[in-house]
Design a protein around this ligand. Structure first.
Ligand code: FES
Length: 189
């Protein structure tokens, strides 16, 4: 191959490599730009949509009783169940969204269902098998098996949720609701 041909071939390669680098830089700058735009736009968008997000309504489940299991699967050790419902906002209906959780326990043969939301500031309450109490990891509030407030800053006991008292072998259905945090009285929100 002649020197001229070699030069042409090299310059083609060089030009190809340059094109590749330029393409890569374009993509990189594009991605970076999109990322920065997201950083700037996301909070603004959230602020814009905030009232709508706040105004989300639950069209089923929030008002209705939601089946969470069979009566016989619940006993003296609390079981946490997740509650799902359809969620509707100004534009969308999303099927089967988790709207919350409840602790279900049987005390002296009677079923109880408590919201897992701590009445203090809303953290998720856990069950501590070692002490037989419900405990909130955020500020150490503790509640008896019957939901009564025992320790910590929570202003009231766990919030009882309404349910349909089923017969043995039948399904348990809970109505999931939210209540005001940080106040002594159980006030629906
Ligand atoms: S949120 Fe539960 S104790 Fe504060």
């Amino acid at each position: 191959m002649s020197d001229e041909a070699n030069d042409t071939s090299h310059s083609k390669h060089a030009s190809g490599a340059d094109d590749g680098r330029r393409g890569f830089l374009k993509v990189g700058v594009g991605v970076l730009g999109a990322g920065l735009a997201g950083v700037v736009v996301a909070p603004a968008l959230r602020a814009l949509l905030w009232p709508l997000a706040e105004g989300v309504t639950i069209t089923s489940g929030g008002e209705d009783f939601v089946v969470v299991g069979k009566r016989d699967q619940f006993g003296e050790t609390p079981i946490k169940v997740d509650i799902y419902a359809d969620r509707v906002d100004a534009w969308n209906r999303t099927k089967n969204v988790k709207i919350g959780s409840a602790w279900v326990v049987v005390i002296e043969g009677k079923l109880h269902a408590f919201s897992s939301v701590c009445p203090h500031l809303g953290c998720a309450v856990d069950y501590d098998g070692a002490t037989g109490k419900f405990k909130c990891p955020c500020h150490d509030s503790a509640f008896g098996l019957d939901g009564s407030h025992e320790e910590g800053p929570s202003p009231r006991g766990l919030d009882q949720l309404e349910f349909e008292q089923p017969k043995e072998g039948k399904l348990v259905a809970i109505r999931y609701e939210r209540f005001k945090q940080g106040v002594e009285d159980k006030v629906k929100v």
